[in-house]
Design a binder for this molecule. Structure first.
Ligand code: PGA
Ligand code: ZN
Length: 440
């Protein structure tokens, strides 16, 4: 018996940022160390994602998690009692075996990821370390040398904004920033400037699901134009200091061959949508495009990546669903060149890490990601830093569930500086030159 032996596993129902029930798992170890994690929830789901356990019925629109809570407090608690929380691979293997389905639908992907993450968090606590540090230390790795570069939403859209525009996320990446803190500073200025410009036009109307401004635009492209003006109004240079990034989430408005852009009043085929995005890339400083085509439109993804993949990150989210197998297959096809790493799509930490190492082998860049329905849980920032993931995407720079994560990044930056003996420097270094296609 050791300090990382699991004594008890407990679940409770808590709330996510959309006011929906979700599950929190708390694991207590033999000598009192504790860890916990809250499952996030997506709105734009990939077909191959781990399936959530939801109660159905009338309460909370069918989104209750009573069954998931009962599963943890019964079956999972019994299975994990006496196991070693520091042996993540075995914990996750057990969860997968007990679930017994290919899509994690019996226990639920939400149940499993919260349990898996809580085990890691508890093991870190037993070592009196923050999770990012424990993830390194337990592998004999030295401290991280950088924080992930933030990718931050300015306008929401798609299913996160009632379909007001079709594109799901208009984001910025501070491609010219020298530190994590500076990337946040610049983005906050851009957000303020964008809100000011919208207010001037009488277009300001609250925020979307991830804290980005509500997209009161007459076309999908108008958002890009306003974003450019906001960057300039903030005194920054588009394409140098700040570049643009889009999550098209194309599966939400079309499938192979037929994409309906309701806001623009037109329907495009795969090459038509691809052509529209290439045109935007030529006219705006866009450095990153996520899910440009639908998850089933592999041929379209291959053609798009061929056209722009040298200068732009073509990111698979729904297209890859944080699956090692899918990353390997689609890397062979050259159907994208970067991956969103979203733990609850995979369902366990071990499978998330397997997806990351498949991405590394394929030469893909990686972006650690929260979900549109999220919470104050900051585990994703620890995974990103502890695993050397070079980018992070957790929504906008407003709303507590988002700022909880940016602020945790600042704390980790401070801790890294302290470890390096640099008193007071809390800015947080960013990934080294050569990491990204845009050069810095
Ligand atoms: P989701 O949105 O959590 O609703 O899937 C995030 C994303 O698509 O990147
Ligand atoms: Zn996405």
């Amino acid at each position: 018996m050791s300090k990382t032996t699991i004594k008890s596993t407990l679940a409770r129902r808590v709330w996510d940022s959309r006011g929906r029930p979700t599950i929190e798992v708390e694991i207590t170890l033999r000598y009192g160390a504790k860890g916990r994690a809250i499952a996030p929830a997506g709105a734009s789901l990939g077909i191959g994602e781990a399936v959530e356990s939801r109660d159905g019925g009338d309460a909370f629109g069918g989104l209750g998690v009573e069954a998931a809570v009962a599963t943890v407090n019964g079956e999972i608690a019994k299975t994990l009692k006496g196991r070693d929380a520091a042996d993540q691979a075995s914990i996750d293997k057990l969860l997968i075996a007990v679930d017994g389905t290919a899509d994690k639908s019996r226990l639920g992907g939400n149940t499993m990821i919260a349990t898996s993450m809580a085990a890691a968090d508890a093991a870190a606590d037993a070592h009196r370390m923050p999770l990012w540090q424990y993830l390194r230390d337990s592998n004999g790795q030295p401290a991280p040398t950088f924080l992930p570069l933030p990718e931050i939403q300015i306008f929401g859209g798609g299913v996160h904004a009632g379909g007001r525009v079709d594109v799901q996320e208009y984001m910025v990446i501070a491609t010219g920033a020298d530190s994590f803190a500076q990337a946040l500073d610049w983005t906050a200025e851009v957000y303020r400037a964008a809100a000011g410009l919208m207010a001037d036009k009488g277009m300001l109307q609250g925020v979307a699901d991830q804290g980005g401004l509500w997209p009161n635009f007459n076309s999908n492209e108008e958002a890009l134009e306003l974003l450019m003006r906001a960057i300039e109004a903030a005194g920054l240079t588009p394409g140098q200091d700040i570049s643009l990034s889009l999550d098209i989430a194309a599966s939400q408005f079309g499938s192979k061959g037929k994409y309906h852009l309701a806001r623009d009043g037109r329907t495009l085929d795969s090459d038509g949508l691809s052509g529209l995005l290439v045109d935007w890339i030529e006219r705006y400083p866009i450095v990153c495009v996520e899910d440009p085509l639908a998850e089933g439109d592999k041929e379209g993804m291959i053609r798009f990546t061929w056209a722009v993949g040298k200068r732009v990150q073509v990111v698979g989210d729904d297209f890859l669903v944080t699956s090692a197998e899918r990353i390997r297959a689609r890397a062979r096809d050259k159907a994208c060149n970067a991956v969103l790493i979203t733990p609850n799509q995979a369902g366990t930490l071990t499978e998330t890490l397997a997806a990351l190492s498949a991405a590394r082998k394929a030469g893909f860049n990686a972006i650690a990601s929260a979900r549109s329905g999220d919470s104050e849980d900051v585990g994703i920032v620890h995974l990103a830093t502890g695993w050397d993931i070079e980018q992070i995407k957790v929504g906008s720079i407003t709303r507590g569930e988002r700022t909880a994560k940016w602020n945790e990044g600042l704390r980790i930056a401070g801790a890294l500086a302290a470890l390096a003996g640099e008193d007071g420097n809390i800015d947080g270094p960013l990934p080294p030159a050569g990491t990204f296609p845009w050069g810095k």
